[in-house]
Structures are given as C-alpha cells and as structure tokens.
Design a protein around this ligand. Structure first.
Ligand code: TXA
Ligand code: MG
Length: 326
C-alpha cells in the first residue's frame, strides 16, 4: 500500500482545491475531507467510505467569518454556543445556502457545520479557504479513527493524502446540536458534554436512541433522524455492555473493556482499563483506539462496563450501545 502521509498543509490544500480527498486531523476524530462545494469531490467521499447518500456530512470551516457564505441565518442560541465553544467539538445546524450541494446534506434544508480545534486542521482550513465536507475517516459503520495510521489502515488507497496531526485529543466525535427549533436539541452526544452546553443555553432536549425497536433509526429512516443509526462504531468482534461484571458469566476468551479498575476480575482474562484516575475525558481520548486493539486481539467477545452517565460518560455509553447493536 502506497499511502501518502505527512504534515504539509499546503499540499493538502492544493489537493482539496483540485477535488481530491484528504484525511484531516481534528481534536475529535480524523475526517475524510473534500471540497464541500464540489459535487464530484463529495461523491468520492461517499464512495471511499461506503457510506449511503442518505447520511449527511458535516461541513468544516476555518473561521466564523465564513459562516454567512454557506448559511442563511444564525439562530440566537447557536450564536451563544459558537461564541463559547468554537473552535471545538461542537457541530451546529443552520438553514443552508445553495452553495452547499444537496448531496452534502442528503437533501435536508439544514447543513451541519463546525470549526475544529486542531492547529493543523485550522492551518489547512485557513489556507484552503473553502468549506470542507468531512465525515469520520473510517468505513461506514466501523470504528472511528483517532490516529493517521488508523486512516491509512482502513482507507489508505482511497485517500490522496493523510495530514498527520498525531493522536486526537478528545477522541469522540463532535456533539451535534440543533438550535433550529425553540429549544436546542442534542442530536448526537459527543466530545462536548451536555452539562457544558446547558451552562450556556439552558436546558436542552437530548435525542435518545429509542429502546423501542420500531422507533429506532435504521437504514430506512435515517434521514429522519440523522446520526442516530442504531448500529455504528462497531468492532467485528461481538461486544456486550454491562453495568457490572457481576451480571454476566465470563468466558476465558472474553476481553474486558473497563472505565477503571474493578475488583474480582479473573486474572487470566485480557483487559484494558481506560483511566486509572477515573477521568472520563481520558477514557474518551483512548476509547476508539482501545476498541480497535481489542477487536484485533484473539478474544471472541468484548465485555464492556458502562460509564457513569455524566460528562463524556453519556457519549461513551452511546457509542458502546451502538457498538453492541446487531
Ligand atoms: O467530530 C466530528 O463530528 C467528526 C469530525 C471529522 O469533524 N465528523 C463526524 O462525521 O463524525 P460523521 O459523518 O461520521 O458524522 C456526522 C453526523 C452523521 O451522523 C449525520 O447524520 C449528522 O452528522 N448530520 C450531518 N448533517 C446533518 C444535518 N443537516 N442534520 C442532522 N444531522 C446531520
Ligand atoms: Mg462517523
């Protein structure tokens, strides 16, 4: 495999302007970027990922000044969130202008936008000057990439260049918030906690993946509930989620994914502890890389213990639920 990987943001900008695909480091996960205004380039993104075109893309900007060029209006609550959290792991929805092709938004009238907080991504986005559509740089439905090597392993040949910005510091995708209705709504839990958002705009709705199978988003109704696909972020090894290891019969070929150390674990089992110091942010940073590692090990099943439902624990639990869906 002959993957082109480096830190040359000028080269990355040239490739994007020419309609190429560039993997971009961000603080959340790596993105697979293309010129958001170029339909042919955007088609390549869907093809490289094997992503259905009913699943819309996030558009990345280098500066808030660019926002009025692609959106018709900025809701007041969105403006408050922008002022506090951009650049950062927060994606907001806006009524789109026609410069953003329908393919990017899967036909929706709204476009999802964010400014990533990663120096190399910002350098690139500033120098390229065009909006960049970028989903996470993994095959559709599989584990999101948090290093350049993860991208090379999964998408290598399909990408023109991988801009290597090291390991992602947040490690979970951005939180997606819609301020299009009266009360802001979190459409996808992510790297910015609900508590942080509520501190700025007051109480928000949080869209939950429904426990009623009839109401869960799947391929047929994803467009009604984008970002809510039931099975996602999934390893190929089966994964089960438990509140405590006491509730499951462990087998000797299980691997354990633990927020932190717990007592009474059989010694022979493979296990990974995400944060010795009980830090949910550290858990998030390591989560996808460790999930890959466990997926590649010889275990027949990954048993994951749920995180506390606070801070980034909520987003981590959301990823676990989707990773475990069959
Ligand atoms: O952190 C992130 O958000 C990363 C980095 C690369 O920025 N990107 C990312 O993209 O996670 P992706 O494509 O893997 O997930 C984007 C989610 C999708 O589930 C999609 O349904 C939702 O955003 N989305 C995009 N446009 C939307 C819209 N107009 N309305 C509602 N949801 C939208
Ligand atoms: Mg993704």
């Amino acid at each position: 495999m002959n993957v082109s990987l480096g830190t040359d943001s000028n080269r990355a900008a040239e490739l994007l302007r020419a309609g190429g695909l560039v993997a971009i480091p961000t603080e959340t996960v790596y993105g697979l970027g293309a010129d958001a205004t170029n339909v042919d380039a955007v088609v390549k993104v869907f093809t490289a990922k094997g992503r259905p075109t009913f699943d819309p893309l996030i558009v990345h900007l280098g500066s808030v000044d660019q926002l009025p060029t692609i959106v018709q209006a900025i809701p007041a609550a969105a403006q408050k969130l922008i002022d506090v959290f951009w650049p950062g792991p927060l994606t907001l929805l806006f009524p789109k202008k026609s410069v953003i092709p329908d393919l990017v938004t899967a036909g929706l009238e709204s476009v999802a936008v964010r400014i990533p907080a990663h120096p190399l991504a910002l350098e690139l986005l500033h120098s390229v000057g065009i909006p960049v559509a970028a989903p996470s740089a993994n095959k559709f439905g599989s584990i999101s990439p948090t290093t350049a090597q993860h991208v090379a392993d999964q998408l290598g040949d399909a990408v023109d260049y991988i801009l290597d910005g090291g390991s992602c510091s947040v490690g979970l995708e951005s939180t997606i918030v819609s301020c299009l209705a009266e009360q802001p709504e979190v459409l996808r839990l992510g790297g910015l906690s609900v508590e942080q958002i509520e501190a700025v705009v007051g109480e928000v709705f949080v869209k939950q993946a429904s426990s009623d199978p009839g109401k869960q988003a799947d391929e047929s109704n994803a467009q009604l509930a984008p970002g809510m696909l039931k099975r996602h972020y999934a390893p190929s090894t089966p994964l089960v989620v438990v509140d405590s290891l006491a509730e499951i019969n462990l087998n000797e070929d299980d691997a354990l994914l633990l927020p932190w150390e717990v007592s009474n674990i059989p010694e022979n089992l493979e296990r990974v502890v995400l944060s010795e110091r009980h830090d949910l942010n550290e858990c998030a940073t390591k989560f996808f890389a460790i999930l890959r590692q466990l997926d590649a090990s010889n275990s027949n099943r990954i048993v994951a213990v749920r995180f506390p439902e606070e801070g980034l624990g909520r987003a981590l639990n959301d990823r676990l639920e989707r990773a475990s869906a069959r």
